[in-house]
Design a protein around this ligand. Structure first.
Ligand code: BMA
Length: 331
């Protein structure tokens, strides 16, 4: 993948509300252009306030220059209103902390928004549906602990398909070694057939948890899909604005799944797809973080990958689908 020279595509200065970062965005084609749901954090650069995380919406004709809608789609007030049927707020207004890390997929003309939600009783993943990108109907929330949910852009054998990443602590020895799972649903609300898709130890360039990236793209050879893999450095602190030592490098990876049986991994790239290198990837709130959330195939075979860089900006890298497929090797 090649980074575009005008990176980052979105920076805090582009945002019409008070924030210190804009990152971890989902992107899809919509009408005759592109739309993006992105996350902003607000507060001091060293320690933003989690309750002030918002989800914003941006639109683009060409995928390179973006215009941000003046109002966020979700802020703390709207999140509370939206989730009040799920949480009776017995534990007060602090129960639901934030909705964050959006992914977006269009299936049969409707937009589906996948997100993580932090609550004081655990981190859950959710799915919502909309016809206009502003009014979101909540379809599903997982049990804790779960994060990084993405949906396939079309039904496979009549079923919706999702990837996500639960946090199984105990039987993995308390290590932060978490895997990618796959499941199916008839309607987006009821999910079953959960299977392990890719285990963290199968990724040669990571040594800790992994998680799905962006919704997959369909190719003749299979579903091509991104993920992130964490390499925990034991011996060095990475650059960070936050005063806590930061040692987790987030690296983008790529794998190919069977078209009809997407729980079968055909192969993966044994090399990282993208690893922190540019200044805007190495330095920011948490340096050396590449967090893919948008993956789009253009008619000419170009693939655009949108990713959060250093938990601070949204960036874009491009490649050719043929070259990406050539990089896939059996597990
Ligand atoms: C993960 C999530 C992401 C973030 C990443 C790197 O655990 O919190 O939102 O981008 O860490 O800090």
């Amino acid at each position: 993948m090649q980074r575009i020279s005008s990176n980052p595509v979105l920076h805090e200065d582009d945002i019409p509300w008070d924030c210190m970062s804009v990152f971890n965005a989902g992107v899809c084609k919509w009408d005759d252009g592109y739309v993006m749901l992105f996350r902003t954090d607000t507060g001091s650069r060293e320690a933003p306030d989690a309750y002030l995380t918002r989800i914003g919406l941006a639109r683009s004709k060409d995928g390179y220059s973006w215009e941000v809608d003046p109002e966020p789609v979700f802020d703390q007030m709207k999140i509370r209103e939206w989730l009040k049927d799920q949480y009776d707020l017995r534990f007060g207004d602090k129960e639901v902390v934030r909705v964050y890390d959006p992914r977006i997929t269009v299936i049969d003309g409707d937009a589906y928004f996948c997100f993580a939600v932090d609550t004081i009783h655990g981190i859950r993943s959710g799915i919502a549906k909309s016809a206009d990108l502003r009014n979101w109907e909540l379809l599903h929330l997982t049990l804790p602990e779960d994060r990084n949910m993405v949906l396939f852009p079309e039904r496979v054998n009549g079923k919706l398909v999702r990837l996500d990443r639960p946090f199984p602590l105990y039987l993995r020895g308390g290590r932060e070694s978490f895997d990618i799972w796959i499941s199916t649903s008839p309607d987006g609300a009821n999910w079953g057939n959960h299977r392990l898709l890719l285990a963290a130890e199968e990724v040669p360039f990571g040594n800790a948890k992994i998680g799905p990236g962006a919704p997959p793209i369909k190719t003749e050879k299979g579903w091509l899909t991104t993920f992130h893999a964490v390499f925990k450095h034991e011996d060095k602190d990475l650059y960070a604005w936050s005063p806590d030592p930061w040692r987790k490098e987030y690296i983008a990876g790529l794998m190919l799944l069977d078209l009809d049986e997407p729980w079968k991994v055909i192969g993966m790239s044994k090399q990282p797809l993208l690893q922190g290198e540019a200044p805007y990837e190495l330095e920011g709130f948490r340096g050396s973080v590449i967090f893919p959330g948008g993956f789009i195939l253009e008619d000419d075979g170009t693939v655009k990958m949108y990713y959060g860089a250093a938990d601070t900006v949204v960036a874009l890298a491009e490649g050719k689908v043929e070259e990406l497929l050539d990089a896939i090797e059996p597990l």
